[in-house]
Design a protein around this ligand. Structure first.
Ligand code: FAD
Ligand code: DLZ
Ligand code: SF4
Length: 512
């Protein structure tokens, strides 16, 4: 009997469910580099390099742990280019009698796996991916019968479930959430934490050369590649984050500064999503930093909430709502994604900086994704499916289970409010408050209308008025619509004319 154990590019954990309890002498681990996974959306070159390099390092680690690993490289002759093609070839190569898989991170791949039994004629077992804190049945039980699925209540369940920052059945510090302390802007004269870069080793350098050659027409540059590609490197990146940045993570979580891509963020999402870092172990380490007096509660609680709250919650939403979720477009947004999302060629300093660093680093922090590129797309009525494909392509940490609910639900309100209680719409004043972008911008954030007005300003009002039928009854937006109603008709008309000029420029491909 030979058991074939496919391990996908984001299943790089030695304790993966499908490997546990298996005798290595009865099994072959299959890892495949396939062109379909790099091209089903045009992934950023650094993302492809990250996955392939981490896979090659993981194959070494598995071999050292006693596993027989069949590793198919992108360049191997006969490589069919798809998971199904490579699984079929491997079954024949090893005379495999059964397949044992761990639940993948994408509906598309789950559908593929479910087809393998019929296509290949051997039994396929798909085990729950227990690298997450919340098993999917637990999420579904929590969600069942609730009208609104709000993250905050789910998060409290996860605090109780894990015991993180709990004193008995009460939250440490007497509050579940310290976000009110976490909205401070930052200034360039603050001492920044040092950049946590990992220099590429020989395996990564070989992959970088391969990706440069094979995927030259994909977005992004490879020059700044510096992601951890092994569990040991991820652990050391975690320790450096805790030492240097965690204490101020909370204070400046929403801040943005020109030319500063990371600030006090952890940059750990790629390692977490590939499986190089365990989310619960990371949170326990961060909690220990609080108990040791190294980091304040607002920082530690804020960080833990992102990981056991948001990260687990969006995964639950994804699997509960798929496959239909991907096609939702509650606001009927149809405009094409502007070309500057791929080039950074825009006069809007905020969008230019966010896209430019995305192309250079395959990374932008949450507020840049949500309130700069995301809010602009929302206000401009960009087709949410195109927005989704952009986020899935350009970020090193983008896997559909986490990217789709964040983009389609949180950022674009395309699920009509299942995930967010109101759209993340904002005028330029928000970006001005939280960043230094506006100082260096062609546009003037204080101008509300006219050719030099910050485009976010007229688009904000135009968006709300365009969607008044759907949003007018939202209690959180009542005061905003009342402000609009109190405006003089000429002011309202000026907003709408300025917004129309921006939208027309987008439609004509003239850029903004
Ligand atoms: P930190 O700010 O240091 O946060 C710590 C960790 O918390 C992150 O590493 C991440 O694992 C988790 N986290 C924080 N916010 C979220 C969130 N909203 N959802 C899930 N996990 C969260 N995150 C991804 O991992 N992959 C994606 O493809 C992705 N796409 C996004 C698309 C949009 C439109 C938006 C608004 C957010 C998206 N996020 C995504 C969430 C968040 O922006 C990133 O997790 C975060 O920026 C990663 O950087 P970091 O590791 O420095 O995070
Ligand atoms: C993203 C990605 C890329 C670029 N390449 C591969 C690959 O060659 N082999 C592989 O096993 N996985 C790759 N991945 C990750 C998969 O796309 C990911 O496992 C699925 O989308 C499920 O989340
Ligand atoms: Fe962005 Fe408007 Fe500020 Fe320019 S003025 S940086 S477009 S918010």
């Amino acid at each position: 009997m030979t058991l074939l154990l496919p391990v996908l590019g984001d299943q790089l954990s030695l304790s993966l469910a499908s490997l546990r309890g298996v005798n290595p002498s009865d099994a072959v681990v299959l890892m495949v580099e396939v062109v379909e996974e790099a091209t089903y959306v045009r992934h950023h070159v650094q993302k492809i390099a990250l996955v392939l390099s981490a896979m090659r390092h993981h194959a070494v680690a598995l071999t050292q742990a006693g596993w027989r690993v069949d590793y198919v490289r992108l360049t191997d002759s006969g490589n069919t280019g798809s998971f199904t093609g490579e699984v079929t070839r491997a079954i024949a190569r090893h005379h495999a009698t059964a397949l044992r898989c761990t639940h993948p991170g994408e509906w598309r791949v789950l559908a593929m796996m479910r087809g393998w039994a019929d296509q290949c004629g051997i039994p396929v077992e798909i085990l729950e991916d227990d690298r997450f804190v919340c098993p999917l049945p637990v999420f579904n039980t929590w969600a069942a019968g609730r009208k609104q699925l709000r993250m905050e209540y789910f998060y409290r369940e996860m605090r109780r479930r894990t015991g993180l920052l709990m004193a008995g059945d009460q939250p440490v510090g007497g509050q579940w959430n310290f976000d009110a302390d976490n909205r401070k802007p930052a200034s360039g004269d603050l001492l920044m934490p040092p950049l946590r870069r990992v220099p590429p080793d020989a395996i990564t350098r070989e992959v970088l050369a391969l990706v440069a050659e094979r995927f030259a027409d994909h977005p992004g540059t490879l020059d700044h590649f510096a992601f951890p590609v092994t569990a040991a490197e991820a652990e050391s990146a975690m320790e450096r984050f805790i030492a240097d940045a965690l204490p101020r993570f909370g204070d400046h979580q929403d801040a943005m500064l020109q030319g500063q891509p990371v600030l006090w963020h952890s940059l750990l999402s790629p390692a977490l999503n590939l499986g190089l870092l365990d989310p619960l172990a990371l949170c326990r380490r961060v909690e220990a930093a609080y108990h040791q007096g190294h980091a304040p509660l607002n920082a530690v609680e804020g960080f833990i909430r992102q990981v056991i709250g948001w990260r687990e919650y969006v995964r639950g939403i994804y699997w509960r709502q798929m496959p239909g979720y991907e096609r939702l477009n509650a606001l009927s947004a149809t405009r094409a994604l502007p070309s500057f999302y791929w080039t950074a060629n825009t006069k809007m300093a905020c969008v230019r900086d966010a896209v430019d660093q995305t192309l250079k680093h395959a990374y932008a922090h949450h507020i840049q994704r949500l309130m700069v590129t995301g809010t602009f797309a929302l206000l401009a009525g960009i087709n949410p499916h195109e927005v989704h494909e952009w986020y899935l392509a350009v970020y090193a940490d983008a896997f559909e289970w986490v990217e789709l609910p964040n983009t389609l639900g949180m950022s674009q309100f395309a699920d009509g409010g299942l995930l967010a209680s109101k759209p993340y719409a904002a005028s330029g004043a928000y970006i001005d408050r939280m960043s230094d972008y506006c100082r260096g911008c062609h546009y003037r954030v204080a101008e509300k209308t006219g050719p030099r007005a910050c485009p976010f300003n007229p688009l904000y009002w135009d968006f709300l008025v365009r969607h008044r039928d759907q949003l007018g009854k939202n209690p959180r937006l009542g005061p905003v619509f009342r402000t609009w109603d109190r405006m003089a008709p000429e002011t309202q008309a000026a907003y709408r004319t300025s917004a129309a000029a921006v939208l027309m420029a987008l439609d004509r491909g003239e850029g903004v």
